[in-house]
Design a protein around this ligand. Structure first.
Ligand code: PHE
Length: 333
């Protein structure tokens, strides 16, 4: 075999063995086989150089050195790779889509509350908030609810056994957001145009349409010429904004101690009417209880159940679903 061919074969075999060596021991074997100082195959080739003619020698010598350098470089490069801690190359596929973190979302009632606030803001109503633990003045007295009124029955309210106001008066969890009407009027002078959305509590038997805690939106508008027509317009515009422009709204005569006249507000639903809440013109006694002159100022108030609207729009048939924290339900909103 001529030396040039022998060198080419050596190079090919050495590079293949080095590339195939998967660990340090196999690589060391390849090194000894091809580059070993004592019996390596390169050593054998070196003896061929001695037999070359003087003319062949420079070419052959250069080729020999090139091959040696190439094989040594390949060995070194492979050593660096083999020495690295072994990562399971197949364990990670960087082209796969990642695992998305599960994002939470707003509770459907919270979404409804926010949307109500936005709608009413368009009609110029400011959002106010107040306490859920109340005294009897704000939950009953100032709202013209007489002492003997059934709404005051301790069995129909959550009175706190362990708490009372600084002046020793009983404390209860508010049974209606109308308490906020009083709180606002005590602090401000007309004109007033506010809404307040929050929780109220009544010891009801829990079923598909009743819960011991539910949400109301209270509205209050007081001024010099606020009329029943203003009330009806605002509620009609509100129902249209939330439920759709073709929503039919009905007002039925009713009674509340704190409004006169009073109405019940219904919307047309399927083949019947669904009651959404109460409303009316603020009773002069209520205005007087906060120091307003009923001859000068008047206005309307309303209180609507929030869950009802949300159930109507989304076709939810059981109010208990809102409070069970079942993600299969919550995920749909
Ligand atoms: N507070 C009444 C209720 O909870 C609703 C209402 C509010 C009625 C304001 C008239 C005016 O049933």
């Amino acid at each position: 075999m001529d030396p040039i061919t022998a060198l080419a074969e050596f190079e090919q075999a050495a590079l293949a063995s080095i590339a195939a060596a998967n660990n340090a021991a196999a690589l060391e074997q390849a090194r000894i086989e091809f580059l070993g100082k004592k019996q390596g195959r390169l050593k054998d080739l070196q003896s061929l150089l001695g037999k070359a003619t003087p003319e062949e020698r420079p070419v052959l010598g250069k080729r020999f050195n090139d091959v040696k350098t190439a094989v040594e470089a390949a060995l070194e490069a492979r050593q660096a790779i083999v020495a690295k801690p072994k990562v399971a190359a197949t364990a990670i596929d960087l082209t796969l889509p990642g695992t998305l973190p599960e994002l939470g979302r707003l509770h459907p009632l919270t979404q409804t509350v926010r949307e109500f606030q936005q709608i009413m803001a368009r009609f110029g109503f400011e959002v106010v908030d107040d306490r859920e633990l109340e005294d009897e003045r704000h939950n009953f007295d100032a709202l013209n609810i007489p002492l003997e009124h059934p709404a005051r029955d301790p069995l129909d309210n959550f009175y706190l056994a362990a708490a009372c106001t600084a002046s020793g008066k009983p404390v209860l969890m508010r049974s209606q957001t109308s308490t906020v009407q009083i709180r606002v009027m005590e602090q401000r002078q007309p004109p007033i145009r506010v809404i307040s959305l929050g929780r109220v509590y009544r010891p009801d038997d829990i079923d598909a349409t009743h819960h011991v805690m539910f949400h109301q939106m209270e509205g209050l508008m007081i001024g010099r010429d606020v009329t029943m027509a203003s009330l009806k317009s605002v509620l009609r515009m509100f129902a249209a904004a939330y439920l759709g422009g073709d929503t039919e709204v009905r007002f039925r005569p009713s009674f509340f101690p704190f409004t006169e006249p009073s109405v019940e507000v219904d919307v047309r639903w399927k083949n019947g009417w669904l009651e959404l809440g109460g409303a009316g013109m603020v009773d002069p006694n209520v205005l007087q209880s906060v120091g307003y002159d009923p001859e000068e100022y008047g206005g309307f108030a309303f209180g609507l159940g929030i869950a009802r609207f949300c159930m109507l729009r989304h076709g939810i048939d059981d109010i208990r679903l809102f409070y069970q924290n079942d993600v299969r339900f919550l995920r749909q909103f």
